[in-house]
Write a protein that binds this ligand. Structure first.
Ligand SMILES: [Zn+2]
Ligand SMILES: [Zn+2]
Length: 335
């Protein structure tokens, strides 16, 4: 099969992904083999390709927002029929035994595997995954439109949950890329007022078109004190500014797996019971709940499509903030 492989991390402008011919992976006992139709591009892929995350498998095929159809079944795989459309997300597998797995916190598993980082992912024509960690994709989404739901969508949803917001609350979304453009639709559905903070005018325009009551840059004063904010940009220097937007008791959620260093904090920014917390991965329940809600709303994703072999170009576009919404790779027969 054809795949984009990473042999050694490098700046994405040097096109480190290599267009390669590799063997089609064979599913293990309780795994399924999936014919990939579409794979979303995530900022985490950029951190892997550029080496901000440690190399845990080499070479590795990145990509953890896979939509495809089940093509082969492991000997004991029974959950899905051949031909079923499914998605594969970042959480590839957990141990099922550690104290996090056994207390409803499998996102914090001590021995996890991650798609496109510790195991091969979806920048390829085929991928394998444990059947228990695969999600049916709701009808009503085309393959390409569904791909960004699998990380941008699920992690955005978990971030919203951890922010504690509800109807009538005021939420800031800082950085307005793939995750924020899905999260705003869920937040609006819940009756939340959304304030978007991004330095890019086209992203502010997208935020307004999706129902933000206000959109500005970090230099502008947000017109209201916020109950919560989610920082999607991997920029630690925005943490003090984000805290400064919160009302008393407000929650700041850090949505990324990697972030540049945070400067020293003036305690007055944190006092009055403000909270800073990170989001790490997601549970399968987050994924299942989000995909159900996404189908009910229904979420509409803005996508920019690239051919599989141009994954380097797609990552370059993401790095330089040239993607409106989410970038997605088209693989087999993507609808
Ligand atoms: Zn575990
Ligand atoms: Zn991701």
């Amino acid at each position: 099969m054809r795949a984009c492989q990473l042999h050694s991390p490098a700046p994405v402008d040097d096109s480190p992904l290599v267009w390669s011919e590799v063997d089609v992976p064979k599913p293990g006992d309780v795994e399924v083999g999936i014919r990939v139709h579409a794979c979303g591009i995530c900022r985490t892929d950029l951190h892997i390709v550029e080496g901000e995350l440690a190399v845990l498998r080499s070479p590795v095929i990145p990509g953890h927002q896979v939509v495809g159809t089940i093509d082969t079944l492991g000997a004991s795989a029974r959950r899905f029929p051949l031909g079923q459309r499914v998605g594969v997300a970042w959480l590839h597998r957990t141990c099922g035994r550690c104290r996090f797995c056994t207390s409803g916190r499998e996102n914090l598993c001590d021995e996890p595997a991650f798609t496109g980082w510790t195991v091969d992912g979806g920048y390829a024509e085929y991928v394998i995954a444990p059947e228990a960690f695969v999600y049916p994709i709701p009808d009503g989404f085309a393959d390409l439109e569904a791909a960004p739901l699998l990380c941008a969508g699920i992690i955005g949803f978990r971030s919203l949950r951890l922010s504690g917001i509800g109807k009538g609350a005021r939420l800031g979304l800082i950085g307005f890329g793939a995750a924020a453009h899905v999260a705003i639709q869920v937040a609006r559905h819940w009756g939340v007022e959304v304030y978007a903070v991004t330095r890019h005018a086209p992203h502010r325009e997208l935020a307004r078109s999706l129902g933000a009551v206000w959109a500005g840059s970090a230099a502008d004063e947000v017109p209201e004190r916020l109950d919560a904010a989610i920082l999607f940009a991997p920029a630690g220097d925005l943490v003090p500014a984000a805290l400064g937007m919160l009302d008393k008791g407000g929650v700041l959620v850090l949505g990324g797996i990697h972030m540049s260093p945070t400067p020293p904090l003036d305690y007055s920014l944190l006092y009055h019971e403000r909270v800073i917390r990170s989001v790490a991965n997601n549970t399968r329940a987050d994924g299942e709940d989000f995909l159900r809600v996404a189908g009910e709303i229904p979420i509409r994703t803005e996508i920019e499509v690239f051919p599989l072999r141009e994954a380097n170009r797609a990552l370059q576009a993401l790095k330089h903030d040239r993607v409106r919404g989410a970038a997605v790779l088209r693989v087999h027969d993507a609808a």
